[in-house]
Design a protein around this ligand. Sequence first.
Ligand SMILES: [Zn+2]
Length: 256
Amino acid sequence: MNMIKFLGTAGARFVVMKQLRASGGLWLTLDDTTVLIDPGPGSLLRCLTSRPKLNPMDLDGIILTHRHLDHSNDINIMIEAMTNGGFKKKGIVFAPSDALEGDPVILHYIRDQVERIEPLKEKGEYTIGNISFSTPIRMKHWVETYGLNIKAASHTISLITDTDYFKGLASYFHGDILIINVVLLEEKSTIEHLCLKEAEQIIADNKPRLTILTHFGMNMVKARPGKIAEQLSKKLGVSVLAARDGMGIELDSLYQ
Ligand SMILES: [Zn+2]
């Protein structure tokens, strides 16, 4: 079964710190390959308390879009859980170089537990199991950050992770399904995150078959993302959903 499960929809520190929304990342199964993207605080707990329960041992790998805590906090414990406590060497971990060097978020002692670690770079192309993905451009964010274009036999999924808006942004992410991190309700020039207006522009430019808004900051949460998504769908004439904690989407029945 091909599916996406949102183990969290929190973005920015206050929503994460107060756990107004969960912050466990994104679980993705495509063509019998399973990956976890951005395991933030509580990722392991969210896997184990999911209905049905998600078994970290089923993971083929973990992808980190960037090193910030709301994306990386549980990376070490998820590696340990994926590898049965380090007793089964398996899985590939993908992360930007600055998550691996200097002040690394992936502990050195844990690195031997996985099959390999691949640094992400701009214009990179990667394969894991039956799926491939690319990192077309470095995002405009405080630390090294990459959005993803994920390709499987039956689906293409783009993830626009944390970034400030920049000219041409939409043109790099043409998946049938677009997942977009919308932290801000209103634009704030000092904060390198997308606001709702910018997300709307991207959706209008690309017209994906399905857009899912996620990674909400405080004002987005207060403004009720479900309502916002409904309004955007009507205004733009395309399908837009707001992710909810624990929301699963079965991809094969999506376009029927
Ligand atoms: Zn974030």
